[in-house]
Design a binder for this molecule. Sequence first.
Ligand code: NAP
Ligand code: ZN
Ligand code: ZN
Length: 368
Amino acid sequence: MSETIQDGRAAAARAAKTYEARAYAAPSASAALAPTTIRRRVPGPRDVQIEVLFCGVCHSDLHQARNEWQNTIPTVYPCVPGHEVLGRVVAVGREVRGFKEGDLAAVGCLVDSCRTCAACRDGEEQFCQGPATFTYNSPDPHLGGVTYGGYSESLVVDEAFVLRVSPALDPAGAAPLLCAGITTYSPLRRWNVGAGQKVGVVGLGGLGHMGVKLARAFGARVVVFTTSPGKAEDAVRLGAHDVVISRDPAALQRQAGSFDFILDTVSAPHDLNAYLALLKRNGTLTLVGAPEAPTPVGAMGLIFGRRRLAGSLIGGIRETQEMLDFCAEHGLTADIELIPISKIDAAFERLVKGDVKYRFVIDMASLK
Ligand code: NAP
Ligand code: ZN
Ligand code: ZN
């Protein structure tokens, strides 16, 4: 019998075995998140069952819960968001070697991939042609329907997609590393950000504040661009050498042509041309922020200076582990505001206003 048929049958057999888990879900694009119960698979031989202790609140959770990406990644309801998961292992399958009951474990944006395509072979499962199975709102190969994320009391994930977090790090502050951390670490590494370079970080929210901490740890000179003058002092405390209020055109103009690299983390439509103009010759503006609407880009801003406009999507499992180990070594975690899950809609409203310092993290004990 072929491997695929065997795997398929095993999955089908397991699918019959499920358990109920409490969760918070968006019932529709316009309704508030509300308590619900979902079904999780009973761990198979290679699965790790994790009790969720903390889950970060990414702006992607909001985009997805409200179906703001309906043209590219439409949301299937009910939607249980959450992909910055930090928890404790409560059960492991018989073939699991790397985790045991009681260990700390983490899950980011990915829970599976085909493992055979070129991207998977390169350890970049986020670009799996399969495609990858994302932690929520992806077709669930085990149970049908879609995957449900970390706004839930437990998760069951194949060991190959479970990350290790140092117990030396504050677990609530470490949760946001699983998305905000890797999403900023990966492009900073890919474009070799380091000593002697001037780096801009646009938007000081969850991703932006991790981008500042990491770029500083890599040795770069870091400038924050923010629409919020009230965040300027914090930007410096987080590691920025300089802060520019981005709504002031003269202040932007003073930075023209001076950056090696700019990381744009902004969640809403804004003018990219203004940032392209700040790049040096051969400089790169990389987008990680994913506003729902497209933004016009002028050819001249790219042509003069041979500038580059790029994008970056989270990071693969290997690089995510590398980032977690780097953060453990350097004592880096997110600056967080811990909330009970009942406050999730208020937190979403504050994200819309840019009122975040600098990541909301749900204390999952509040779900009990
Ligand atoms: P966040 O915490 O809400 O931060 C976004 C920041 O952008 C805000 O704090 C604000 O910073 C700035 N901002 C908001 N509205 C703005 C506007 N109209 N004009 C200019 N600046 C504005 O969000 P996040 O969780 O960091 O996520 C940021 C974006 O990245 C989201 O679109 C998210 O979906 C996306 N994302 C992408 C990936 C990926 O793999 N590429 C991964 C995770 C998230 P200031 O107050 O400093 O201006
Ligand atoms: Zn995210
Ligand atoms: Zn693949």
